[in-house]
Ligand binder design. Structure first.
Ligand SMILES: C[S@@+](CC[C@H](N)C(=O)[O-])C[C@H]1O[C@@H](n2cnc3c(N)ncnc32)[C@H](O)[C@@H]1O
Length: 298
């Protein structure tokens, strides 16, 4: 009996010390895991640009400006600690990819995505933004430098019309932003002159420069439209079959093309079309059932 009691006591002590040891080892493991997290320093060198994280409020405003939804695939070029892709997944439900050159940083971004519970939606690629393919992105986010934005500009302009691009601080040269983001003014970003913004937003425009033959304009058999394009802005000449011609100004919002002209009765009309390669399918704002087709000649 006494032996049983002593055996019970010894077993109890063994159980307690085992628990204590396991608890201690678990803590050590956690401490080591935390210690293993790479700790970057603000402004540390990067391949083409230093690391500085985008402030939290601006991350949200940039993603709001781009109207990110769960249907989007967001790419952050130069992803740092992964905060933009992580927020795109966590708050907006998007799938997101970060491209980061520094392998330690990329690893940290992966660990951060894991800790934020969005590892299933966020992929971090260790690579160079000038070599990796991001052509399937629907939204591209940037916090680089103007020189790097300019280097990326031709690639961005060749992306699918309607792709949204958002940049912290740095602009895109002569490609004016569609929206300037100023979190201080509230809302999803305010349209203000393109100065003093904290972020900038562009929508990749469809390419419409050239000569078009237009059928379906009310009262006009065929018309010829000659367009010059500067990014999202267009201007040109619309010539009716009887050789009457007029200067016209248009605007692109991704693949959506809006053009104002004066009809055969000198009434101001707005043509709203969808650009699909060498065709534009359109109608008039005042008469949405009108079927207008423009075909690219060259
Ligand atoms: C200013 S930080 C921005 C980080 C993050 N996008 C953000 O807004 O919080 C720029 C990041 O780009 C990375 N970087 C620099 N050159 C790169 C390159 N050629 N390819 C991929 N990443 C690059 C740097 O290591 C750094 O983490």
């Amino acid at each position: 009996m006494r032996q049983d009691f002593m055996y019970g006591q010894a077993f109890g002590r063994w159980l307690i010390s085992s628990f204590a040891l396991s608890f201690f080892l678990l803590n050590v493991a956690h401490a080591q895991a935390d210690k293993a997290l790479y700790e970057p320093t603000i402004a540390q060198a990067g391949k083409d640009v230093i690391w500085v994280p985008t402030p939290n409020d601006l991350v949200v405003k940039m993603l709001e400006a781009a109207k990110v939804t769960p249907n989007d695939l967001v790419y952050d070029l130069g992803a740092g600690d992964g905060k933009i892709p992580i927020q795109a997944a966590r708050q907006f439900g998007a799938r997101a990819v970060g491209i980061e050159f520094n392998p330690d940083m990329a690893n940290l971004a992966r660990q951060n995505a894991q800790r934020a519970g969005v590892a299933d939606k966020v992929t971090i690629v260790t690579g160079d933004i000038f070599k990796e393919d991001f052509s399937n992105a629907t939204v591209v986010t940037l916090y680089l430098l103007t020189t790097l934005n300019l280097k990326l500009k031709p690639t961005l302009l060749n992306m699918k019309p309607g792709t949204r691009v958002v940049s912290n601080s740095f602009m895109m040269g002569t490609w004016e932003p569609d929206l300037v983001i100023n979190p201080e003014t509230g809302g999803r970003g305010a349209l203000t002159p393109a100065t003093g913004g904290r972020g900038y937003y562009w929508i990749v425009p469809a390419k419409v420069q050239g000569e078009w033959s237009v059928t379906g304009l009310p009262g006009i058999t065929t018309a010829n439209l000659s367009l010059q394009q500067k990014f999202q802005k267009t201007e040109g000449t619309l010539t009716f079959g009887d050789n009457r011609s007029q200067r016209v100004v248009g605007k692109l919002n991704g693949a959506q093309f809006t053009l104002s002209y004066k009809d055969a009765n000198d009434k101001e009309q707005t043509f709203i079309g969808e650009v699909a390669g060498k065709k534009i399918y359109a109608s008039l704002q005042d008469s949405p059932t009108t079927v207008i087709t423009a075909t690219k000649l060259h």
